[in-house]
Ligand binder design. Structure first.
Ligand SMILES: Cc1cc2nc3c(=O)[nH]c(=O)nc-3n(C[C@H](O)[C@H](O)[C@H](O)COP(=O)(O)OP(=O)(O)OC[C@H]3O[C@@H](n4cnc5c(N)ncnc54)[C@H](O)[C@@H]3O)c2cc1C
Length: 510
């Protein structure tokens, strides 16, 4: 698999629980002066119907009333906010979605699961591995957790847990003891004996649904579980939700800063709704495999472990395969110039050799979501006079007033970050020979060589990065979006391809 971290477990060999991931976000927001206000809920949301207001990016057409709950009724207060944009990340039963009359398309899955977190005495040998067990008494999933904890998912009989009147899970009907008992039966002859109190438990039956719209007028958006619900068995829900927000955040940010046109916002729904539909299709296939019977002689149509593993170990579950279709934010030309940098896909991880100090450096670390577009300039071999002339001519084109670098950015308001990847060997390559536009800082120039130990880069095989990215000796220009996805590719002598790409959604810098 091509993910940068091709494993599910962290260094203490446990899946990091969601609360810990939320804490990482909250801790990184605090120094920026951003905080989560708890005990606050919206009571009304109104979107202006005035077209001129809706299309004016400086207007505040959304009015939200918030109720801030205090310890007593007297301490509670109301706050009215006039917003440019509102994002409802309020979960599967999203209030925002209901207020906007956005429907969820799809159906309720017919499988119901119980989950318990506990520490246990067990002779089950794979207890510290993520394990899927198919048994004639239902399926069980083991997930190793921090310290000695384990999480056990158990397939339940819907009749035992669903209230026939409401059609919803009734937690009065079954508790953690029964969930564990069901797991114990499925795991026989192995024993799983509870050592601690149940640390957490739940029962769920999930709908496999996608919202019919992800936004109203590109002013109010929904993200995360508010737009898509599916089973948690492939561990995709939070990942998908974070990626919705990542996709939307830079677009709203560019519009609010006055850098981009409002039309860019439409690509949030086109990109993320298509992904959500693919996710539901994957989830249906995966859930059917998880709930299947084991492959045995009497049940020859059961699920084979090989087929099961292959289905899970795809780049779809790592997120690497997410592929956005052509739009204003994804060009569809010149793919052949950099076949390893797929238009509409995330730049894959790869270590490069930094030219100035011969240090290996991960390219993805140079692509933070900081609202800047990254321009990867593959210069080819700059010591070849013909290629040098080509690169210098490209730099001249980029310095023209009509070039995207000057139309959509100013020295005070940079919107692009140039990263240069040259061909050359560390003992010979002098990065100061490159035109200054291609070396804004010594840390931004890379060469196609191995490090001193040969520990990466193919043991001295020159031009490996060019091979990895599928870039030929003539080089290429690659525009990477602020979310790390490839937006456009151009030959060095056709800077106007990038001019046209940015002209389709960027605003001229004041
Ligand atoms: C048992 C289980 C295991 C899972 N395991 C994984 C996994 O391994 N990997 C993975 O990626 N995903 C997993 N998921 C899915 C993941 O938990 C969700 O997809 C994710 O939490 C969705 O994030 P969200 O921010 O969209 O919604 P939520 O996490 O539901 O957050 C919504 C927030 O909005 C708040 N809210 C809702 N309504 C209002 C209101 N009216 N006013 C104010 N606040 C409101 C809620 O209090 C909540 O804080 C699992 C889910 C379950 C049930």
């Amino acid at each position: 698999m091509s993910a940068r971290y091709p494993f599910e477990l962290n260094e203490i060999k446990a899946a990091l629980h969601q609360g810990a991931i939320q804490d990482i976000f909250i801790d990184s927001m605090t120094p920026l002066g951003v905080e989560v206000e708890r005990s606050t809920r919206p009571t009304s949301i109104e979107l202006s119907k005035d077209e001129s207001e809706l299309t004016d990016p400086t207007s505040h057409p959304v009015c939200v009333t918030l109720q801030k709950l205090g310890k007593s009724e007297d301490e509670s207060r109301e706050e009215i906010i006039h917003a440019k944009f509102v994002v409802g990340g309020d979960g599967a039963r999203s209030w925002t979605r209901k207020q906007l009359d956005i429907t969820m398309d799809g159906e309720q899955s017919n499988s119901t699961w119980g989950v318990v977190d506990l520490t246990a005495d067990t002779d089950f040998p794979d207890v510290r591995n993520k394990t899927f067990i198919h048994s004639n008494h239902g399926s069980v999933i083991f997930v190793p957790r921090e310290k000695d904890r384990i999480r056990i998912y158990v397939q339940l009989e819907a009749n035992d847990v669903i209230d026939p009147v409401s059609g919803r899970v009734d937690k009065e009907k079954i508790g953690p003891e029964q969930i564990l008992k069901t797991a114990q039966k499925a795991l026989e002859p192995y024993k799983v004996i509870r050592k601690s109190e149940f640390l957490w438990w739940t029962i769920y039956s999930v709908g496999q649904r996608v919202a019919s719209q992800f936004s109203i007028k590109n002013r109010v958006f929904i993200a995360g579980d508010a737009c898509h619900t599916h089973s948690p068995k492939a561990g995709q829900g939070m990942n998908a939700s974070i990626n919705d927000s990542r996709n939307l955040a830079w677009k709203i940010s560019l519009v609010v800063r006055g850098w981009a046109d409002m039309s860019l916002l439409s690509t949030y729904e086109s990109e993320r709704r298509k992904f959500a539909l693919d996710l539901i299709a994957f989830d249906k296939m995966w859930a059917a495999l998880v709930c299947g019977k084991p492959l045995t002689v009497p049940s020859s149509n059961g699920v084979s472990p090989d087929h099961f593993l292959k289905t899970f170990q795809t780049d779809f579950t790592t997120g690497v395969e997410i592929h956005y279709q052509p739009s204003v934010a994804v060009n569809d030309r010149n793919q052949e110039l950099a076949v390893g940098l797929v238009l509409g896909k995330r730049v894959p991880p790869h270590k490069l050799m930094r030219a100035a100090d011969a240090c290996p450096f991960e390219l993805q670390d140079l692509l933070p979501s900081d609202c800047l577009f990254k321009l990867l300039v593959f210069t080819g071999d700059f010591s070849d006079p013909l290629q040098q002339a080509r690169v210098e001519s490209m730099v001249t084109d980029m310095q023209k007033p009509e070039s995207f670098l000057n139309r959509y950015a100013t020295p005070e308001n940079p919107r692009f970050d140039v990263i240069t990847i040259s061909k050359g060997q560390k003992y010979e390559f002098g990065f100061l020979r490159l035109p200054t536009l291609l070396r804004s800082h010594w840390s931004k120039v890379f060469i196609d060589d191995t490090d001193a130990t040969g520990s990466f880069g193919g043991g001295g095989y020159l031009y490996l990065h060019y091979l990895y990215y599928g870039v030929g000796s003539e080089g290429a220009l690659v525009a990477v979006r602020p979310d790390g996805y490839v937006g456009a590719i151009a030959p060095l002598d056709r800077v106007e391809v990038l001019d046209a790409y940015f002209a389709s959604f960027m605003k001229i810098a004041a």
